[in-house]
Write a protein that binds this ligand. Structure first.
Ligand code: MN
Length: 271
């Protein structure tokens, strides 16, 4: 059976980025597009729970089977996975704007891939740079890199969630970490035409990227590929607190059993 690839995004179904991603994806399997009917950027993993969802067939260039949804990126992926009998992989993007470092928390593009992973389907998010003149990216020149990355990632089935960022003029590809040490979110205040205060949640430029991170690679015109996971547990902190004697009352039975076993094996060794 041909590989079934669901393509979504957060920029909306009419974005040139989703058409580019669908074109590349169609070289690897059967493509179906399901995406928001209007832009849903920065919606993260929001779902629509207080009104019904609907989807409509949409004619797109390239002849892809496409549907627009009155919902968020996560809604689209949920609906797509539910309505198509078997989905092998979900691709999201190509977003107009990078999704790097801590900014990933807000990304609807990445959230669509994450929604797939929550359902047990592999999810890969693609984003690219936009310039200040707001010209569309030159997708034709980016497509060979997207194809190369996709080809590689399809051979790595254990990577359930992957974040890919493609710079304007890629000169190579790098495996990276998510840059988490700095956050670019910022509130900027101003005035509306009636002189009332208004506020923008915007981004400030960050400098001094750490080597090996997604921001570092992207700033040097490398495509960054970051494998992500759904488990947000801080393992180091949890291990540290469990090692303290005062944690005794709050530990789970499983930890208690593990402690008894390790204490027994220690005393055996001493004997
Ligand atoms: Mn977007």
């Amino acid at each position: 059976m041909k590989r079934r690839i669901l393509v979504s995004n957060d920029d909306g179904i009419y974005s040139p980025g989703i058409a580019a991603l669908a074109r590349v994806a169609s070289r690897f399997g059967e493509v179906r597009i399901i995406a928001p009917d209007v832009e849903q950027s920065s919606m993260s993993a929001a779902i629509t729970s207080s009104r019904p969802l609907r989807y409509r067939h949409t004619v797109l260039p390239g002849g892809f089977e496409a549907y627009r949804v009155n919902g968020t990126p996560s809604d689209c992926v949920a609906l797509g996975v539910h309505q198509w009998s078997h989905v092998d992989i979900v691709l999201s993007g190509i977003n107009l704007g990078p999704n790097l470092g801590s900014a990933c928390w807000h990304s609807g593009t990445l959230a669509a891939a994450k929604q797939a992973a929550l359902f047990g389907v592999r999810g890969i998010a693609f984003s690219t740079a936009v310039n200040l003149q707001e010209q569309d990216p030159d997708f034709a020149s980016l497509e060979p890199f997207v194809e190369q990355v996709l080809k590689q990632l399809l051979d790595e089935p254990s990577m359930c969630l992957v974040n890919v960022n493609v710079p304007e003029k890629p000169k190579g590809i790098r495996w990276t970490h998510q840059a988490v040490k700095k956050y670019d979110g910022e509130i900027v205040s101003g005035k509306d035409p009636y002189q009332r205060p208004i506020f923008w949640f915007t981004v400030k430029p960050l400098e001094a990227e750490e080597e090996g991170t997604d921001r570092w690679a992207f700033a040097r015109q490398f495509v960054s590929i970051t494998p992500l996971r759904l488990d947000l547990t801080d393992e180091k902190e949890l291990a540290r607190i469990l090692a303290l004697p005062r944690a005794e009352d709050w530990v789970t039975p499983r930890v208690k059993r593990a402690r008894r076993t390790s204490a027994k094996s220690r005393s055996k060794k001493q004997r």
